[in-house]
Design a protein around this ligand. Structure first.
Ligand code: NAP
Length: 219
């Protein structure tokens, strides 16, 4: 697939490398230092190119939004129309602007900031250093990337590219009920924790049932 990266820093850069390794084409964008995008694209190789955020969006079937929280509006303005585009939002609400309301998930909040987009959220629960090193594990040890969103077909596509990138994708549900995958790290949440598929499936069951999730696994 063609994947546009808006914000190719630590997380967006990992996504670009890992998606390209999984066979996808990536276009990198949104930087104060465009030379870094060129270097990253050169390091990734022939599946990577560089453009403006609107070029990345136009090019893409899937757009990764991976910028600091307070830059989300700016990045979206530069990205232009996301109508019909599948979006993977990696952001966490470490910021001071446009914060979610009490009881509103950050995913729900951000989905509303990109009308017309086929919104999903993923890649937000694990540190960039961890994610950089774990996408090539054997099947039984694969690390879970949680996915939430309200468009089942968009989630299917995103789960496909996540699997191609070397993770175990799992659908946590809609944007309204995805608190457990959002910051901060705390007891009773999956944010900040490594999961593998069997334990993640138990979490999904608990979330669907409106029950507390089982204790955090250790591997
Ligand atoms: N880091 C993590 O461990 C981690 C883990 C999970 C989720 N997340 C979330 O994912 C999102 C991206 O995080 P990240 O750590 O990948 O961020 P990052 O490394 O700081 O990357 C942000 C990118 O945006 C670009 N950018 C353009 N204009 C900018 C500006 N005015 N100020 C700052 N950056 C600007 C930067 O390029 P230039 O420097 O060239 O401008 C950089 O490549 C955040 O919402 C974060 O909460 C992060």
């Amino acid at each position: 697939m063609r994947i546009g990266i808006v914000g190719a820093g630590r997380i967006g850069g990992n996504c670009a490398r890992q998606f390209a390794r999984g066979g996808h084409e990536v276009k990198l964008s949104f930087a104060r230092h465009p030379g870094r995008l060129e270097s990253l694209a050169a390091a990734i190789g022939e599946r990577a190119s560089v453009g403006t955020p609107s070029e990345a969006t136009e090019f893409a079937e899937v757009v990764v939004l991976s910028v600091p929280w307070d830059l989300v509006d700016d990045a979206l303005a530069q990205a232009g129309s996301l109508d019909g585009k599948i979006v993977i939002d990696t952001t966490n609400q470490y910021g001071s602007e446009s914060l979610p309301a009490q009881g509103e998930t950050a995913a729900r909040h951000n989905a509303a900031r990109m009308p017309g987009a086929r919104y999903t959220k993923s890649f937000n629960t694990l540190t960039s250093a961890f994610q950089a090193g774990v996408a090539d594990r054997p099947e039984s040890e694969r690390v879970v990337q949680w996915v939430c969103g309200d468009d089942p077909e968009a989630k299917e596509v995103v789960m496909g590219v996540i699997a191609d990138a070397g993770y175990a994708p799992i659908d946590l549900g809609g944007t309204a009920g995805c608190e457990v995958m959002e910051m901060p790290r705390r007891e009773g949440a999956v944010y900040g924790e490594e999961y593998r598929l069997p334990e993640a499936e138990q979490v999904v069951e608990a979330v669907r049932a409106g029950e507390p999730i089982p204790p955090t696994p250790s591997y």
